[in-house]
Write a protein that binds this ligand. Structure first.
Ligand code: CDP
Length: 253
């Protein structure tokens, strides 16, 4: 049985950075549920199926998701260092194609909401999350680690997907702090451009985050909520290292 760590929180709260860093430190598997919704969005765009109001499109989309293998792990050597991100990061593959940067693009971020609100897509995504949790850890596991663990991050992991997780965290920060972090990250990765190649500024990122907060909270199916037993960490004034330290010490306690 795997030891499950659930990390939930709103857009750009730093869930991925914390999860990636901690997974490498503890030798745990990392499952990023947001990346699955992002992959689904990329597939919908590629197959011209973004409008899922039609049953025909929705059925086709579900088929495509079923046929597509999504994997998460190191790029080459483990742990990878994305040359633009100064920490280990998890690469995301669609049938073996590295889509890590593509799914982080603003075009994807703006369109995820159309898929994330559809119950059938959430069910398909949750199925993939459960499969990934049971999959092999492609990162080096630590020889001294006695625990077979997995870190699963998202919006509804501690409440809907793994309500019996061994330990749960809810990572939050003020919207402005989250927008600043996401903006800096996109600049560092050279992804701060829209679909036309025009630069995107901090104000636009903030607006997107506020809109996604609204949608995440008001979604009828699996909305963003704090699990009652989650350890809440407000990271507005904390560095990544400080957050990782807090989460790690709670896990090791
Ligand atoms: O880091 P950021 O919050 O920008 O994105 P993410 O975690 O990659 O999630 C992308 C989108 O997928 C979010 O806008 C969520 O609405 C949706 N999502 C979800 O509905 N449920 C999850 N468990 C994870 C993400």
């Amino acid at each position: 049985r795997k030891f499950i760590v659930a990390i939930d929180g709103p857009a750009a709260s730093g869930k991925s950075a914390v999860s990636e860093t901690l997974a490498v430190r503890l030798g745990f598997l990392h499952v990023n549920s947001g990346a699955i919704y992002r992959c689904a969005t990329l597939l919908a765009i590629r197959n011209d199926l973004l409008d899922l109001q039609f049953k025909k499109n929705l059925d086709r989309m579900r088929e495509i998701l079923k046929e597509t293998k999504i994997t998460m792990g190191p790029l080459g050597t483990s742990p990878i260092k994305n040359e633009n991100v100064n920490r280990p990061s998890t690469a995301i593959f669609l049938n073996g194609e590295n889509v890590t940067d593509q799914i982080s693009k603003i075009e994807i971020t703006k369109n995820v909401r159309f898929l994330a609100k559809i119950p059938e897509i959430r069910a398909a995504s949750i199925e993939k999350q459960r499969e990934l949790v049971q999959s092999k850890n492609l990162f080096e596991t630590r020889a001294d680690s006695k625990v077979d663990g997995v870190i699963v991050e998202g919006r509804d992991i501690g409440t809907a997907v793994f309500p019996n997780a061994d330990i749960k965290f809810f990572i939050e920060a003020e919207a402005k702090a989250r927008a600043k972090r996401r903006f800096d990250e996109l600049v560092a990765r050279g992804l701060n451009v829209d679909i036309n190649g025009d630069p995107v500024d901090y104000e636009q990122i903030l607006e997107d985050i506020l809109q996604r907060d609204q949608e995440d909270l008001t979604r009828t199916h699996s909305p963003l909520r704090k699990a009652k037993d989650a350890i809440v960490i407000d990271t507005s004034n904390l560095s990544l290292d400080q957050v990782v330290g807090k989460v790690e010490s709670s896990i090791l306690k």
